[in-house]
Design a binder for this molecule. Structure first.
Ligand SMILES: O=C(O)[C@@H](O)C(=O)CO
Ligand SMILES: [Mg+2]
Length: 260
């Protein structure tokens, strides 16, 4: 049976962030993921997890100035010192939250910098992240993102991602396989999920084209989820979607997967 984690950056926005843990648990989730925990003390988030019997399975390293459009610093040559600090800061949270995966975002391609320079920076930074994460028992992950949601993002395809993962070592760096981005950029999501299994350390889903809950768009999710399960994937699948209406009203698809 596939295991689903609620993405509480997108789901349960009816209540403030710290109250979304209880809301996710009440809806039948045993795990949560979110983009960024840094506005809240790690101890407070740890308490919410504990109080609600939830695991935290993924969050992102600090992405630079998110509110001003930045989407990660891992490929940016002039941000290496900041990148290193961001990984150390993230890992303090990983340890406190007992979170096994850390998403490291590549960043937006800056004008006038050769792609080779960005790639060399990306590789060096990911090697550093892998080293630091390993000491904390965490696996860093990278995610190819489509150009519609994040125009100009450095990492767009699973082929680019697996190339860099092979260079760093698949045991040190994993693929965050977001089927929503894959469906937009590449398609063939079921085959991709099966073929990329050796690289995948986390999955995420949303229906296309609207990025809403499974069943609101073009993908046959029961078929895809059955195939993922049959492939032997036993990791978490994050529900990284914007509910079309109320979060609870859109959880019909989840009824057959919820615990208990
Ligand atoms: O798919 C996404 O958008 C996210 O997983 C993310 O981490 C950054 O936007
Ligand atoms: Mg994603």
């Amino acid at each position: 049976m596939p295991k689903f984690a609620a993405n509480i950056s997108m789901m349960f926005n009816e209540v403030p962030f710290l109250d979304r843990f209880a809301a996710a648990r009440a809806a039948g989730f045993e795990a949560v993921e979110f983009l960024f925990p840094y506005e809240h003390p790690a101890a407070e988030i740890a308490r919410r997890l504990e109080d609600n019997g939830l695991q935290n399975v993924l969050f992102n390293a600090p992405p630079g100035d998110w509110n001003n459009g930045e989407r990660g610093t891992a490929s940016l040559p002039d941000r290496r010192a900041e990148f290193r600090e961001s990984i150390k800061h993230a890992l303090e949270y990983s340890v406190a939250l007992k979170c096994p995966r850390l998403h490291v975002m590549a960043g937006l391609v800056p004008a006038g910098v050769p792609r080779d320079t960005l790639l060399a920076t990306y590789a060096a930074n990911l090697d550093f992240a892998a080293e630091e994460c390993a000491k904390a028992g965490v696996k860093p992950v990278i995610e190819p993102i489509n150009h519609r949601d994040i125009l100009g993002f450095f990492l767009n395809t699973t082929t680019e991602a697996t190339r860099i993962i092979d260079a760093i070592g698949p045991e040190r760096l994993g693929l965050q396989f977001d089927l929503y981005h894959c469906q937009i950029t590449e398609g063939d999501v079921t085959r991709k999920a099966q073929e990329l299994l050796p690289y995948i350390a986390h999955m995420q889903v949303a229906d296309t084209p609207g990025r809403n809950e499974p069943g609101t768009g073009e993908v046959n999710w029961p078929f895809v989820f059955d195939a993922i399960d049959a492939s032997g994937y036993r990791g978490w699948i994050g529900c990284e979607y914007r509910p079309k209406g109320e979060t609870l009203a859109g959880l019909g698809w989840f009824a057959k997967y919820r615990a208990g």
